[in-house]
Design a protein around this ligand. Structure first.
Ligand SMILES: NC(=O)c1ccc[n+]([C@@H]2O[C@H](COP(=O)([O-])OP(=O)(O)OC[C@H]3O[C@@H](n4cnc5c(N)ncnc54)[C@H](OP(=O)(O)O)[C@@H]3O)[C@@H](O)[C@H]2O)c1
Length: 259
């Protein structure tokens, strides 16, 4: 008998690792996956904030634990993923969400700024995916979801490293999707539009013109709420996404669709 479609969105019994999950988009995705039944391992660097995020998920009856490490630290990534395999016996879902970068005019962007953006947004995702695949391939099941950005398609001034890294991330998603498809692993990305988080708090406070410009440019005439990424993440991480791979899904209020 075929499984009812709604049940294919259940994450009961699944183990997920979400990076950058102590606040903002990562926390919203972690909460969404937990609400769908997954046991979620939340990652960030600051252990105190991470523990608060884990406690919030547990309070709402979700299953969660913390794993504090820096995704740019290759050894820490290897150890953290192996530790999940050793203790929990499996890893079904990786949400590679950490990202960001400094905004500076081109002439002021140093080589260090540029390579830091590539390291954080791209190299870290590559390593996390490689280490996760060591657990997912033998299982014959896996879902890898990266947080890209609409800036992987369209750019604003002062974001050379970030835009280049996110465009590279889309390429990584396609390459891994093709390679891992025979193992039952689907690899996709979300490309958020504009969402108010700590990452852009200063920008919003100091640049009201940008806030208004985003609203005017977005067909829905507003910024997104991080919770609006949750359902898309559940789908792309679920058994129901079994024939969906190599895709970058914009969640942007229609911004990319409009001229
Ligand atoms: N907000 C938007 O409008 C928007 C739009 C498009 C794409 N995005 C993408 O969405 C993702 C999340 O952005 P956000 O706005 O939610 O950011 P945010 O609110 O600043 O949250 C960043 C999270 O990542 C953690 N983190 C940062 N660097 C880390 C590292 N090296 N290792 C481990 N954890 C780290 C932070 O905790 P610690 O500081 O404690 O480590 C925090 O939990 C990024 O990839 C970003 O590029 C955001």
């Amino acid at each position: 008998m075929t499984v009812p479609a709604a049940r294919l969105l259940s994450l009961d019994g699944r183990v997920a690792l979400v990076t950058g999950a102590s606040r903002g988009i990562g926390l919203a995705i972690a909460e969404a996956l937990a609400s769908a039944g997954a046991h979620v391992v939340l990652n960030a660097r600051n252990a105190g904030r991470l523990d608060a995020a884990v406690a919030a998920i547990r309070t709402s009856s979700g299953s969660a634990e913390a794993a504090a490490f820096d995704v740019r630290d290759a050894g820490a990534v290897t150890d953290a993923v192996a530790n999940i395999g050793d203790r929990l016996g499996r890893l079904d879902i990786l949400v590679s969400n950490v990202g960001g970068g400094v905004r500076k005019p081109l002439a002021e962007q140093t080589d260090v700024d540029f390579t830091a953006a590539i390291d954080t947004n791209l190299v870290a995702c590559f390593r996390l995916a490689r280490e996760s695949s060591r657990l997912m391939v033998p299982q014959g099941f896996g879902r890898i979801l990266a947080t890209s950005s609409i800036n992987s398609f369209v750019a604003r001034p002062t974001m050379a490293g970030y835009a280049a890294a996110k465009a590279g991330l889309n390429g990584l998603v396609r390459a891994l999707a093709v390679e891992l498809a025979p193992a039952g692993i689907c690899v996709n990305a979300l490309a958020p539009g504009y969402f108010p988080t700590e990452a852009n708090r200063t920008l919003r406070a100091t640049n009201p013109d940008l806030v208004a410009q985003v609203e005017a440019r977005t067909p829905m005439r507003r910024w997104g709420a991080v919770e609006e990424l949750g359902a898309a993440a559940i789908f792309l991480c679920s058994p129901g996404a079994s024939y969906c791979t190599g895709q970058v899904l914009a969640v942007d209020g229609g911004l990319l669709a409009s001229l």
